[in-house]
Design a protein around this ligand. Sequence first.
Ligand code: RIB
Length: 337
Amino acid sequence: MKVTIKDIAKKAGVSPSAVSLVLNNRPCRISQQKKDEIKQIAKELNYTANQIARSLVTKQTKTLGLIIPDIENIFFSSLAKHIEIECRKHGYALIILHSDNNDQHDLELLDLLVSRSVEGIFLIPGSEASKYKEALINKLKQIPIPYIMLDRVYPEFSCDKAWFDNEYGAYLAVKHMLEKGHRKIGCIVSTNFYNGQLRLNGYIRALKEYHIPIKQNYIVKGDYKKESGYFAGKKLMQEDLTAIFVTNDMMALGVINSIYEQNKQIPNDYSIVSYDNTIYPYIFGIELTSVKQDVKKLSSSAFELLYKKITGSVGTEKEICLQPELIVRNSVKALNH
Ligand code: RIB
């Protein structure tokens, strides 16, 4: 039988409203001794507050919302895990919703979270290049609760945001292959996402530094999912190249499949650098070099921004741009020129 406020009140010899004020640490004219007695009884009876009922009193649901584009992508599931840990450390539950890389769904999911009276929202937009972008920006402008944008942020939209420097991460990846002697480097990029476009910019920046002309047939489009990586890999293997920069790990899984299907080896036949550093523990026989976007850092930065907004600290919007890191293993073969 669930213990209620009334059970505690009866045992303590006070009114249920007195118990509710004491357990919610609200001001009340009750002696400290009686307050301690009420809290001790609640502990002995294993009382757990009904959060819905409590929120009617405190106007706080102690619940936050997170919208992620693809919960099956290890980057996002890992990010969701660390955001949930941060929330729980501060006494918040987290509702995790999945938009399937579609910012039309973001519109519906924002409404759902507002209807659940969450106290704040972490938003990773499904994509930034779709026709729903303006509608999403307009909704964010009138949403009645604090939110922050993370990972796939809109550069032209002013709000609190936390993300990694995508162009720099890609530049590090391609520079590493150039330093190993590669000059014919392909790129699989998801330009229907703004951070994908920035990663392409990093690829181009590194090649230009080495005065290597940009070949359009070396650049193949993907959608951050494994299947698109598989078909992009097959297409690039028709070209004369020695290395491939893949702009996320899920597509890299597809590329690896397409290379193995041709009975080729990594790095002997094709050198690979990927992005996200999430699949290394799960792929055998390849020491995959990859760009790391530290989800613990991103989670803590995102929580810090949202918590400040929830707790009312005012001030201008804050933007946190984090630095990615190239984790060098052994998927790029050194070429002698
Ligand atoms: O793997 C999914 C990619 O999209 C990641 O690199 C992350 O940045 C997300 O935006």
